[in-house]
Write a protein that binds this ligand. Structure first.
Ligand code: PEP
Ligand code: MN
Length: 339
């Protein structure tokens, strides 16, 4: 059960509510987010929602039996818009394009990618400055120095920064230089990190775990949301299966399923999803048709020289072409009634 409280609820009214909910055998957690104040009731067994709903201090009440609550569509039917400021948003009914290298490598590279994005009217750039690498000997990112440099150029160009945060201790130093904190597939169930990201007022792009179910992704999202941060974007980036012909298995089933279960925007990452440069565009477009609210993919002026993930990275010609295709297919999708 989710109860949204009136902003002027008195302490006594809140206590009465907690007592009432405890009385039916439900445990209560209070949640405060940027947008509201809630009581989450967790328990089993039937109750009469009207008896609670008629009590003082309540704005809204819903029965949500899913493991995840506040991110559920049963709680909030209206899709969530994640506003990044300056007229840039990730939201249902729109097609966000987030493009850039796997790793931020140099100032020159930053400038070249930004120029490429500007040419194509793309306003969100991805890139890693802290890289989770399977091998400790691989390039692990330029760190804060790279992020600061990137931020200078991106800000001047009106481009938003999407970058991965790997651990709690990085959040504070990165905070002022980041527009969207990406949580990588290896960290989807790092609950300490999710808790801390719940406390900040910056958007979070949460990738699906390498072996994570859709349900687990939503429960991880619930951590951030119930920690206080409603600015969340879900990302399907492929899961590990027995298939070895592709890097991962991009589970496009997840897109309409997530959209039907949650009010949060969903983006698709075809680069990590298939891991093969030549097939990234096809999977990006399939993601658009599956109902994604955005596509995040890797681009680089010279993919073969990229410090990481070059094999799945598009060059600027391929990238420009894909941006055009994404926009075209999105226009087509909008003419279909596919809900
Ligand atoms: C990335 O975006 O470069 C990345 C490492 O992604 P993932 O966490 O999905 O593997
Ligand atoms: Mn990558």
């Amino acid at each position: 059960m989710i109860i949204q409280l009136n902003s002027d609820i008195s302490t006594q009214q809140k206590e009465n509510l907690v007592q009432k909910i405890n009385g039916i055998g439900y445990k209560v957690t209070e949640v405060k987010t940027q947008a509201g104040n809630y009581l989450i009731g967790i328990g089993k067994g039937a109750y009469d929602i009207r008896k609670i709903g008629s009590m003082d201090g309540i704005l809204d009440i819903h029965v949500v039996s899913d493991e995840y609550k506040l991110v559920s569509k049963k709680w909030k039917a209206k899709p969530t818009t994640v506003d990044l400021g300056d007229g840039i948003a990730i939201k249902d009914g729109d097609m966000a394009i987030i493009s850039g290298p796997c790793s931020i490598e140099s100032e020159e590279q930053i400038e070249r990618v930004i120029a490429h994005l500007k040419e194509n009217n793309v306003t969100m750039m991805r890139g890693g400055v802290f890289k989770p690498r399977s091998s400790p000997y691989a390039f692990r990112g330029l760190g804060m120095e790279g992020l600061k440099l990137w931020h200078q150029h991106a800000k001047a160009a009106g481009i938003k920064i999407v970058t991965e945060v790997m651990q709690v201790s990085q959040i504070e130093e990165m905070h002022d230089y980041v527009d969207v904190f990406q949580v990588g597939a290896r960290n989807t169930q790092n609950f300490n990190l999710l808790d801390e990201l719940g406390k900040i007022d910056k958007a979070v792009l949460l990738k699906r775990g390498i072996s994570g179910t859709i349900e687990e992704l939503l429960q991880s999202a619930e951590y951030v949301f119930s920690g206080g941060n409603e600015k969340l974007i879900l990302c399907e980036r492929g899961i590990r299966t027995y298939e070895r012909a592709s890097r991962n298995t991009l589970d496009l089933n997840a897109v309409p399923i997530l959209k039907s279960k949650s009010h949060l925007p969903v983006v698709v990452d075809p680069s990590h999803g298939i891991g093969i440069r030549d097939f990234v565009p096809q999977m990006a477009l399939a993601g658009v048709m599956a109902g994604a609210d955005g596509i995040i993919y890797e681009s680089h002026e010279h993919p073969d020289q990229a410090y990481s993930d070059g094999q799945q990275t598009l060059n600027f010609t391929q990238s420009s072409e894909l941006i055009g295709y994404i926009r075209k297919i999105f226009e087509v999708r909008k003419t279909f009634d596919l809900h």
